[in-house]
Design a protein around this ligand. Structure first.
Ligand SMILES: Cc1ncc(COP(=O)(O)O)c(C=O)c1O
Length: 462
């Protein structure tokens, strides 16, 4: 209860109209399922999962308005009514002039990378994200992490650990010249850093820096509404502003953005890329027909674009976003009160467990976070995700594992799906796994795919 934490409680601004039954499993069944899945939670069939905190991507519950919108799908190949509704909504809420829809976020990343990066150019960003960086590299770019140092420290209490370190960026620009920078790539509530936000002051300063050097600034807008909420809560001068207003100010400092609509937009599929420059938009529109579909649907059905347009409006409601991030805070506080090692402060979409602190006896090449995700599933059927050495992949030059400072397990909370009672069950299971931590052994990787290995790699117990 909020009162026990010294604050007033809040509740969701919605009630439940339809439910989806969950299957409970025994420990023996979970042992069997996990072995079959090669100790990779991505390879578990969802029917074997009780509470699914693998991801907040495409896992949201849509509202009755969104489902009603699905019935208004105009499935014309060209010029669907729903495209114009979506275009108008993105223009109004995010402020960009030109919208190109895509099937999901990585489709947008692909188009942006292929049109905006020349071979050998650098792409500085606030910590890597798996698919974003891969598309930048496939386009011939070189990703450089320019996030502030605090982001790599799970226990730093800095409220905006997603910020760009402009000195690090400046060093790169001085070393190679501004024309060798494709663009600066800034993500809101940085996923790999624990869902940590970027401050308004930082994006403003970054805009000034980019203008001075003639460098473009693009956003990964995937969780920018959640970022805007943190600005409202944590940054001086924003507490009386609406999240919608903050979001609009934030995007005004950028030249465009790509979006995985499967997160903030409260839909199960879809994405977009949007820019202000008409020439860039033409290039994107030309490429979208090759990889996604015509520029007025880009891989989405008309009904999906309608649900997205409605979801965008719902996502910027202050009461909704408070309850959404509030649920993350609720789980985080339960764990923190039990002194379980979690990334601090709480982020926007997930609670991140520090696997290095759970298993100091397991070296990083034996995959402590992968192990922790497996143990949590075995204990209670709760599915989580590794965000450590497996996700970081290999150095393209040396072929060695990359060893990120953060070796985390992500308990990602789908939007409008679970109750606080589910969070209680999750917290108790994490506590139990933490209690048994010293008896646990690591894993060895027995199958490794070439790209984005965390999705399909297989492991065995050591
Ligand atoms: C920050 C961020 N950017 C981009 C993507 C890629 O989006 P999608 O999964 O829709 O392809 C994701 C997905 O997890 C993400 O979290």
């Amino acid at each position: 209860m909020g009162e026990q934490a010294g604050r007033r409680s809040w509740a969701e601004p919605w009630k439940i109209k339809m439910v989806e039954p969950l299957r409970m499993t025994t420990r023996e069944e979970r042992e069997e399922a996990l072995k079959k899945a090669g100790y990779n939670t991505f390879l578990l069939p969802s029917r074997d999962v009780y509470i699914d905190l693998l991801t907040d991507s495409g896992t949201s519950a849509m509202s009755d308005r969104q489902w009603a919108g699905m019935m208004l799908g105009d499935e014309a190949y060209a010029g669907s009514v729903n495209f114009y509704h979506l275009e108008q909504t993105v223009q109004e809420v995010y402020g960009y002039k030109h919208l190109i829809p895509t099937h999901q976020g990585r489709g947008a990343e692909h188009l942006m990378s292929q049109t905006q990066i020349k071979k050998g150019q650098f792409v500085p960003g606030n910590m890597y994200f798996t698919t974003t960086k891969l598309h930048q590299e496939l386009a011939g770019g070189i990703f450089v992490d320019v996030i502030i140092d605090e982001a790599h420290d799970p226990y730093s209490e800095f409220p905006f650990k997603g910020n760009v370190d402009i000195e690090k960026l400046d060093k790169l620009v001085k070393e190679h010249g501004a024309d060798k920078i494709a663009y600066v790539s800034v993500a809101g509530t940085v996923n790999m850093a624990g869902g940590q936000p970027v401050s308004m002051q930082n994006i403003k300063e970054l805009r000034e820096y980019c203008d001075k050097h003639g460098i473009l600034l693009y956003l990964d807008a995937t969780r920018l509404v959640e970022n805007a909420f943190f600005i409202q809560q944590r940054e001086k001068g924003y507490k009386d502003k609406k999240v919608a207003e903050i979001l609009r100010e934030f995007t005004s400092y950028s030249d465009g953005a790509w979006m995985s609509g499967k997160k903030d937009h409260l839909v199960n599929i879809g994405g977009w890329v949007a820019v202000n420059d008409p020439e860039v938009a033409d290039r994107l529109r030309n490429l979208v027909v090759v990889y996604e579909g015509l520029h007025t649907y880009g891989g989405m059905a008309g009904r999906d674009m309608e649900a997205m347009a409605i979801g965008i409006k719902e996502s910027i409601d202050d009461d909704y976003i408070k309850a959404r991030v509030g649920q993350v805070q609720y789980l985080w506080e339960l764990l923190d009160n039990w002194e379980i090692p979690v990334v601090r402060p709480f982020g926007g979409h997930a609670v991140f467990l520090d696997a290095k602190a759970f298993y100091p006896h397991i070296p990083q090449h034996e995959f402590p976070a992968q192990t922790l995700a497996a143990e949590l599933y075995l204990d209670s059927g709760v599915r989580s995700m590794e965000r450590g050495v497996v996700s970081a992949g290999r150095d393209p030059k040396t072929g060695d594992h990359k060893y990120p400072k953060l070796e985390l397990v992500r308990l990602t909370i789908p939007r409008r799906v679970y109750t606080e009672a589910h969070m209680d069950v999750v917290a108790e299971s994490v506590k139990e796994v933490y209690r048994n931590a010293k008896n646990v052994k690591g894993l060895k990787m027995v199958y490794e795919p070439a790209y984005l290995r965390f999705f399909q790699a297989r492991f065995e117990r050591l």
